[in-house]
Write a protein that binds this ligand. Structure first.
Ligand SMILES: [Mn+2]
Length: 457
């Protein structure tokens, strides 16, 4: 992979003007930020755009613009063998066939690595940046925000594979710190009771989703909820307080028969950005990633990009505004999805949100749904929504144990979408597709057949 990164670096050096095309999630934004900062430092002429997916409209526009070089980050592997008239380089991590191997294409899957947890789109982009100049190692922290944003630490409760090398670069450069801690979201900014209320991996039986039960637990453990007027967060607790809460949750899990494996998922590696202040949304990579998701997914990628590039003034303020809107939309979206009746088939379950949820957050909502206490974890969950263009977007999420049994959602989605003149792909554990409206039933039938073939019973 290092050699491939060097080859791509040479293509960049030999190009005058470069147009970056990236994806609208946290991994895409950080990838775009790494690419543009790298080109700025090289004094290249460059521009950037952020897209939901590489559809015909995007490609047509690129063909008409006639760039010296197009740099696809966190997407592009799906079209690597097409459009030879576009001079391109690709740093992506979505599943791709071996025949897409080419000198301009860096993707962990081409090197026997799994792009769902060993390297992200921003990580692949970082490898090229580092090949161009070792001084770019200071961009490693952004690559880790991208990896965590893509949930690459979920499988082992820590980052693995090539990601580990990027973490080490970050530690060496004084950009990153790691520590073993509770894995729940919002350790720096959420009031303690909210941290427990929204706890999802692992769920806390009888506590997750119930505010009064969370408050009762904290009271029982004699944890002060406030410092003066301010709600205390997880990072405000001292060691002893943290220990009390952790051991209480572990006891609860074990006594409800959840088993040792589930209980150990309570703890994992936390990735902290050393240059950011504790208690802000930028300090913990997980919270930083959510901030970025709340910009690009609402068409405001410039906001997230500027925050990645270092703005802590007006752009950060705008990002925080968007974050509160995003939180609100997720709560509403989840509520909406829960009210839609979940349909169960033999090998999958699904809901159709129609116009009720934005297509850009359907993946996040589907993931939150699958994590809910009362959802069957033995079946992959699919969520359908209508898009602005009159198509249907479908997102799927599954558990690691299904993947371990052979499930590959990316393959199922790409095959079925192709049959219906749509596009689909992603990772074994999480995938997405866009298909024509009215083709949902057919899509479900094909995906179900494919899943049936994949799973070893
Ligand atoms: Mn990605």
């Amino acid at each position: 992979m290092i050699r491939r990164a060097n080859e791509i670096a040479t293509i960049i050096r030999n190009s005058k003007e470069i147009h970056i095309v990236t994806h609208i999630d946290a991994d895409g934004i950080t990838a775009g930020a790494i690419a543009s900062e790298t080109l700025r430092r090289l004094r290249k002429e460059y521009s950037l755009e952020c897209v939901k997916q590489l559809d015909e409209v995007v490609i047509k526009k690129l063909l008409s613009e006639d760039h010296d070089l197009v740099w696809f980050t966190d997407l592009g592997s799906g079209i690597s063998t097409q459009y030879p008239e576009i001079k391109k380089i690709i740093t992506d991590h979505h599943e791709c066939p071996p025949e897409s191997d080419a000198l301009f294409h860096l993707n962990p899957h081409l090197f026997g690595r799994d792009g769902s947890f060993e390297l992200s789109g921003s990580g692949a982009t970082y490898l090229v940046s580092k090949a161009l100049n070792p001084k770019n190692k200071d961009l490693s922290a952004l690559a880790i925000v991208g990896a965590v944003g893509d949930l690459q630490d979920r499988k082992f409760c820590e980052l693995r594979g090539v990601n580990t090398e990027i973490v080490n670069d970050g530690i060496e450069e004084g950009m990153l710190k790691t520590m073993k801690d509770i894995r729940y979201f919002g350790k720096e900014t959420r009031p303690l009771s909210k941290l427990l209320q929204y706890a999802s991996d692992p769920l806390i039986p009888g506590i997750s989703g119930r505010e009064d039960a969370c408050l009762a637990l904290l009271q029982e453990q004699q944890i002060r909820l406030k410092d003066g007027d301010r709600w205390r967060t997880w990072v405000d607790l001292d060691k002893e307080e943290k220990r009390r809460i952790i051991s209480t949750i572990i006891q609860m899990l074990l006594s409800k028969g959840f088993g040792y494996q589930t209980a150990t998922r309570l703890l994992g590696e936390t990735y902290l950005l050393s240059k950011e202040e504790e208690g802000t949304v930028l300090h913990d990579a997980k919270e930083f990633a959510t901030l970025l998701n709340s910009t690009a997914r609402y068409g405001q990628y410039e906001v997230g990009l500027q925050v990645c590039l270092g703005d802590r003034g007006k752009w950060l303020k705008e990002a925080l505004n968007l974050l509160s809107g995003h939180r609100h939309n997720l709560v509403e979206g989840l509520q909406f999805a829960r009210e839609e009746k979940l349909q169960k088939l033999g090998h999958l379950q699904y809901f159709h949100a129609g116009d009720g949820i934005r297509d850009t957050i359907i993946g996040i909502v589907t993931n939150m749904m699958l994590n809910a206490e009362d959802i069957d974890k033995e079946l992959p969950l699919l969520g359908f929504v209508h898009t602005e263009n009159g198509d249907v977007k479908v997102s799927a999420r599954a558990t690691q144990s299904l993947v371990d049994r052979g499930l590959d959602l990316a393959t199922a989605f790409s095959k079925a979408a192709k049959e219906l003149n749509g596009v689909g792909g992603g990772h074994n554990i999480a995938a997405g597709a866009t298909i024509p409206k009215g083709k949902e039933e057919e899509f479900l039938r094909m995906v179900e057949r494919e899943i049936q073939l994949q799973l070893v019973y």
